[in-house]
Design a protein around this ligand. Sequence first.
Ligand SMILES: C[S@@+](CC[C@H](N)C(=O)[O-])C[C@H]1O[C@@H](n2cnc3c(N)ncnc32)[C@H](O)[C@@H]1O
Length: 267
Amino acid sequence: MADPAAGPAGDGGSVAAAGPVGPVGAAGDAGLADQVRLLFDAKAATWPAKYAPEGSLTGRLAQFAEGLADQVAAGGRVLDLGCGTGNLARAADAAGLRVTACDISPEMLRRATAGDRGGAVDWVSLEPRWARLPFESAAFDAVVAASVLEYVERPIVVLRECARVLRPAGIMLCTVPDPTHPVRWLEWLADAAARAPSVAAAGRRWPRLDSYLTYLQISRQRRRGGWWCAVAAQAGLLTVPNRVATAGYSPLRMFTFQRPGVPERSS
Ligand SMILES: C[S@@+](CC[C@H](N)C(=O)[O-])C[C@H]1O[C@@H](n2cnc3c(N)ncnc32)[C@H](O)[C@@H]1O
């Protein structure tokens, strides 16, 4: 089996090579990290609408809230990695959890902060090429990463950091694209078509098409479930059964990872 930590573009996946503050961070080369930041800066204005009652992400709130409620005690500490406009973070805060939320997109974070009227969530801006999270080891009971891991070039680096900041037996809930879903096949075809010069030229004329083609290029981790579980294992995380019901046949796949160990008893 190929090294599951190796990235798609000949990246050896060596955490040691990346180093804590090396020139190549979790998101890989500077070009990709900056593209991701620019794409989500541009999407920030319209992102909250996805969480409106009929919005495409409304179900995500219930899914993650259920997962956290089931596995994290009231008052537990949660990190929302790649929090976007903060919808999951605010829902977790409202459910009585202590929430830290971080993102590489300043525009997403600006809107997240503006929406946090109570000021209870700790919002943290990340350098796009981060390779080490600015949090202490074993600081969190849970990490959530909803539709984030597909945008990083080196998931092993990100997952190792998630394992580091989780306390023993802490859990990570994440969603990634399911490459076996027909929606993803269509995206694969669209991405292939986008390589034709005429389609690329059309994209430059129509901003919405351009944004879609950029998304297809940078949402690059289209991996099967076994690959994610193998990388999580290399990062020091076990794959455990999801305790949350997933709605129907979804183009997103949810994973629950867990840091091994026994939780410390509170004195
Ligand atoms: C598809 S959006 C999801 C936002 C939010 N999790 C949600 O479910 O509404 C992906 C988010 O991940 C952020 N992101 C991408 N790469 C990241 C990284 N390496 N570290 C932290 N955030 C990242 C983007 O800026 C963006 O806000």
